[in-house]
Design a protein around this ligand. Structure first.
Ligand code: RIB
Ligand code: CA
Length: 307
């Protein structure tokens, strides 16, 4: 039976592919897409979610906008990575997919029970937990954090950095949490081979390749990567087939007070703290099988049989 999923995201180039993977893979029943400010402002990431669903022909999944700013901190966007639109690269015509009148948290509530896949700041998820508790949430699988260094400060990954207070609520909620951090998403590199497999998937595949070409440019200029890491689809892949993403149990503490370490995920892989594990932490990606699933899913939504 496919897993019911709510995808909470901030499109975002990698979020865009995560939406297509979640919609196109038969192991997932994508019940709702919700948006949260992060990569860009709420208006922009919400427009981008509608754009992605329009070009991918995803017309049966409701989209709702959520929180426009983190719980406590001012919003810090990533326009340096994703551009002024949040989805720079290709040009998009006006979306035909609409927007729900519900707040994201209410749309989440309306489709429970489900797994929440979170690929942006955790503000919406924390608000849901605060308002409704763990009611109906099977698991929270998130892209965020790192067992190693950060990507927005030396210590913090962007999704957790934007709203560390929300992350603390999520990791201390008691809901089963799986953390797919940079240490594993940096294994999901969009190499020329992957680009080539996208480009033969018709107009949608070519648009995905254009998105990745822009993403590659910013990742080369900002981080010196030869190929950009496609972070968010790794969290979706974990739900599709847990064998794609190897995890270990660990206690994860979120730094909310550190002067230099705000937003750090302190992952206690060796049990130094003597605390019970509160998360499954991703440590290894089955890269070939991961890309096979991504390409097949985009083939499914584009109506073109993948390689
Ligand atoms: O640090 C990478 C994460 O931050 C990804 O989810 C990307 O889309 C941005 O939201
Ligand atoms: Ca994201």
């Amino acid at each position: 039976m496919p897993t019911p999923v709510v995808l909470d995201c901030d499109p975002g180039h990698d979020d865009a592919i995560a939406i297509m993977l979640a919609a196109g893979d038969p192991a997932i029943d994508l019940r709702a897409i919700t948006t949260v400010a992060g990569n860009q402002t709420l208006d922009k990431v919400t427009l981008n979610a509608r754009r992605v669903c329009t070009i991918a022909g995803i017309t049966d999944v409701p989209i709702a906008a959520g929180c426009a700013r983190p719980l406590v901190r001012p919003l810090r966007i990533a326009d340096d990575v994703h551009g002024s639109t949040g989805l720079d690269g290709p040009s998009f015509s006006d979306p035909t997919v609409g927007l729900s009148d519900l707040h994201a948290v209410e749309l989440m509530r309306s489709v429970m029970p489900a797994t929440i896949v979170a690929t942006g700041a955790l503000t919406n998820v924390a608000l849901f937990l605060s308002r409704y508790g763990a009611d109906g949430i099977g698991e929270i699988v998130l892209m965020g954090g790192s067992t190693e260094r950060g990507n927005i400060t030396p210590a913090a990954e962007a999704n957790i950095y934007v709203d560390p207070e929300a992350a603390e609520i999520v990791f201390s909620s008691g809901v089963p949490v799986t953390m797919c951090g940079l240490n594993v998403t940096h294994q999901a590199l969009v190499t020329p081979d992957v680009l080539g497999r996208l480009e033969v998937l018709g107009e949608l595949g070519r648009t995905c390749a254009e998105l990745m070409t822009f993403f590659a440019k910013t990742y080369r200029e900002l981080f010196g990567f030869d190929a950009p890491p496609l972070h968010d689809p790794v969290a979706v892949a974990r739900v599709i087939d847990p064998s794609l993403v190897r995890c270990v149990d660990a206690h994860v503490a979120i730094e909310t007070a550190g002067t230099h370490t705000r937003g750090a995920t302190v992952v206690d892989l060796d049990g130094y703290l003597g605390l019970e594990p509160n998360a499954q932490v991703a440590v290894e990606l089955d890269v070939p099988r991961f890309w096979d699933r991504v390409i097949a899913a985009i083939g499914n939504v584009s109506g073109i049989r993948a390689d």
